[in-house]
Write a protein that binds this ligand. Structure first.
Ligand SMILES: [Zn+2]
Length: 287
C-alpha cells in the first residue's frame, strides 16, 4: 500500500510539472525572460533541406544488387594502376594514343590513375587462377585527361562485369548486357548491340541506347548520332587470358558499363558534367 501511495504521488507531481511547463511554453516568453534563452524551446524549428545519396552511388548499389542476383560478387579495386595492367596485358599497342599523358594521368612513370575498370580484370582473374568458374564485378571512379564536354569528363564511373566458365560464349555477353539495360532503363528501352573491336576481346561488342536527351535528333551528348554507347566488352582473347595465368581453353568475358551515360539515358539529361558539378538544383531531382 505504501508503494502504491508513493507511486500515485509521483505521478501527480510529474503530471503537474508537465501541465505547468506546457502552459508556460504556450504563453510565450515571460516578462522576466531576457530573450536570450540559449535553448529557445519556444521557437519554431527552421526546416532543413533533406540530403540524399548521389545518383551515381544509387546506380552503383542498384547495379551491384542486379548482378548479385546472378551470382556476381563485388571485388575491391584500386584507382591507381600500373601500366602493365592498364595497357600491356590488355594488348594495347605501344603507340596507342590512350597511353599518352595527353589522355591518361600519370602518377609516376609506370603508375597511372586508371582510365578504365578493365585494368582490374586480369588482377582478379589471376588471383583465383585455379577457379575456372568465376563471376565478379569491379566498380569505381576512372580518370582521363580530357577537356570536359557533354560526353566526357576527367572523372567518371565504370562497372566491369567479368565471368569465366567453360561454356561461356558471346551470346552470354549479349544477354547480360541486354538484361542489365532492361533492368535499369526499362524493358521498352531502345537498345542496340553492334560489333566493336578492342585489343583484348574477340569478338567484341558495344551496346547503344537511343538518346533521350534529344529524342534521337542528335545532340552534343550523342555526338549527333541519336545513340549513346553505354556498354562495351566481349570474349577475352587467349592472349589476355594467358596474361592472367589461365590455360588457353579457358573461356571468359568482360563487359564495361558507363554509369553516367546510363543515368543520362534514364533521366533525359544532355550532359554528364551534371554528375560532377554538385549543383543541387540538378541533384535534388534524384531524391
Ligand atoms: Zn542526343
Amino acid at each position: 500500500m505504501e508503494v502504491a501511495k508513493e507511486l500515485k504521488a509521483a505521478r501527480e507531481t510529474l503530471a503537474r510539472a508537465y501541465t505547468d511547463r506546457r502552459s508556460q511554453l504556450e504563453a510565450g516568453p515571460s516578462a522576466e525572460d531576457d530573450g536570450h534563452d540559449p535553448i529557445g524551446v519556444a521557437l519554431l524549428a527552421g526546416s532543413r533541406p533533406r540530403g540524399g545519396r548521389h545518383p551515381i552511388q544509387e546506380l552503383i548499389s542498384e547495379a551491384v544488387q542486379h548482378f548479385a542476383t546472378l551470382g556476381f560478387s563485388l571485388h575491391e579495386s584500386s584507382q591507381l594502376e600500373d601500366i602493365e595492367h592498364s595497357f600491356d596485358l590488355l594488348a594495347v599497342p605501344p603507340d596507342h594514343p590512350t597511353r599518352s599523358p595527353a589522355h591518361t594521368f600519370y602518377a609516376e612513370d609506370d603508375i597511372v590513375l586508371r582510365s578504365h575498370t578493365t585494368s582490374s580484370v586480369l588482377r582478379v582473374l589471376a588471383r583465383e587462377s585455379t577457379n575456372r568458374s568465376q563471376r565478379f564485378v569491379v566498380v569505381g571512379a576512372c580518370h582521363r585527361n580530357t577537356v570536359p564536354n557533354a560526353r566526357f569528363t576527367t572523372q567518371f564511373h565504370q562497372m566491369e562485369v567479368v565471368a569465366s566458365d567453360p561454356w561461356l560464349r558471346m551470346s552470354d555477353v549479349k544477354g547480360l548486357a541486354v538484361t542489365f539495360a532492361a533492368a535499369v532503363l526499362g524493358h521498352d528501352a531502345d537498345v542496340r548491340v553492334r560489333y566493336k573491336a578492342f585489343p583484348y576481346v574477340l569478338p567484341g561488342l558495344a551496346v547503344d541506347v537511343s538518346c533521350s536527351a534529344c529524342d534521337v535528333q542528335g545532340c552534343g551528348l550523342c555526338r549527333g548520332t541519336g545513340y549513346l554507347e553505354i556498354m562495351s566488352g566481349g570474349m577475352l582473347t587467349s592472349g589476355t587470358l594467358a596474361a592472367a595465368g589461365r590455360p588457353p581453353e579457358t573461356r571468359a568475358m568482360a563487359l564495361a558499363i558507363s554509369l553516367e551515360r546510363i543515368l543520362c539515358a534514364r533521366h533525359a539529361l544532355d550532359d554528364i558534367r551534371h554528375f560532377l558539378q554538385n549543383d543541387l538544383r540538378v541533384l535534388s531531382q534524384f531524391y
